[in-house]
Design a protein. Structure first.
Length: 183
């Protein structure tokens, strides 16, 4: 039996499409405990369990603006907590994009993460005679969307299966259109 090159190519493409969900479901390699950063209004807080106490200190957390590249340039706060978890917080932060870096007392980097602080909510607007369009003062923040949410394995596999089925269906449809006398 002779296998045509187009059938072989479509088989390889199908195998690659089916392998994609498995690859995505595997997730990133283990990166250790790391840090978790959150914002509430104009307050930024960070938590970690990566640091060990050394000479009475857990370490230091630093809040860097986009123009700062060095740990020492940012607003530094000492970590506080227990062996189960340490935390630090900054309040009164102006809107913008920041990077939080945590340095343990043994000079190991526990992790870094970017965070966006948005403007404080404004009071409820009053009704006016003519509605006006509301524009964000910072413009569109593209790329943040679903990237900040951690989806489970089942969701990723289901999405990958739908994408794979779409690729296979499109290939089959286009093949049928190109040669209507073939299945």
């Amino acid at each position: 039996m002779r296998i045509s090159p187009s059938l072989l190519r479509s088989g390889l493409a199908g195998a690659a499409a089916l392998a994609l969900p498995v690859t995505l479901a595997a997730g990133p390699a283990a990166a250790g405990p790391g840090i978790s950063v959150s914002t509430t209004g104009t307050t930024v807080s960070v938590t970690t369990s990566a640091c060990a106490q050394l000479n009475g200190s857990w370490g230091t957390a630093s809040l860097l603006t986009s123009g700062q590249a060095d740990f020492a340039q940012g607003r530094q706060v000492a970590l506080s907590g227990t062996a189960a978890g340490q935390s630090a917080a900054w309040s009164g932060i102006t809107p913008g994009t920041y990077t939080v870096v945590v340095l343990c007392s043994n000079n190991s980097n526990a992790g870094s993460q970017s965070v966006i602080v948005s403007a404080a909510p404004s009071p409820t607007p009053t009704r006016s005679a003519a509605p006006s369009p509301v524009a964000s003062p910072r413009g569109v923040l593209g790329g943040v969307g679903g990237a900040v949410q951690d989806f489970g394995t089942v969701t990723l596999v289901a999405g990958g299966a739908l994408v794979g089925a779409g690729v296979i269906g499109a290939a089959w449809f286009l093949r049928r259109r190109a040669k209507p006398y073939r299945f």
